[in-house]
Design a protein around this ligand. Structure first.
Ligand code: NI
Length: 136
């Protein structure tokens, strides 16, 4: 029997959406305010879902203290109060859209969580706009 356990976390970060292969005009047209030359910030909220079998010795799918620390060390430390375009190598060639940030967070967590467990990440860029990876 598999169970999903979830933990919420958040970080603040700045970004700018632009495609370096496009003209300034096309970037402005496609990305609008998110193309702002001097960047802009978001209060990102995320939900990390971990699905797997319950360990009969602990009653846990994953120790939430361990999950909390992995999220803190792997995601919050790397992204919180950062300019995603300038401070995070992954986004030097990847547009830091919510979709791509969500995939990146999944990658960071995947490295630290047992392969017996499935992970999905939902990232809120605003209270109304959010993305999930992998897609359901
Ligand atoms: Ni934005």
């Amino acid at each position: 029997m598999e169970v999903t356990v979830s933990r919420k976390a958040h970080f603040n970060a700045a970004h700018r959406l632009f495609n370096k292969n496009w003209s300034a005009e096309k970037n402005e047209k496609v990305f609008g305010k998110c193309n702002n030359l001097n960047y802009h910030g978001h209060n990102y909220e995320m939900i990390v879902n971990v699905t797997g079998k319950i360990n009969p010795e602990t009653g846990y799918v994953i120790d939430m203290g361990v999950l909390k620390k992995i999220i803190k060390d792997e995601v919050e430390e790397k992204l919180d109060h950062k300019n995603l375009n300038l401070d995070v190598d992954y986004f030097s060639n990847t547009i830091p859209s919510a979709e791509n940030i969500c995939i990146y967070i999944h990658k960071l967590l995947r490295k630290k969580i047992s392969n017996d467990l499935n992970i999905s990440v939902t990232l809120f860029e605003t209270p109304r706009n959010f993305v999930t990876y992998p897609s359901n």
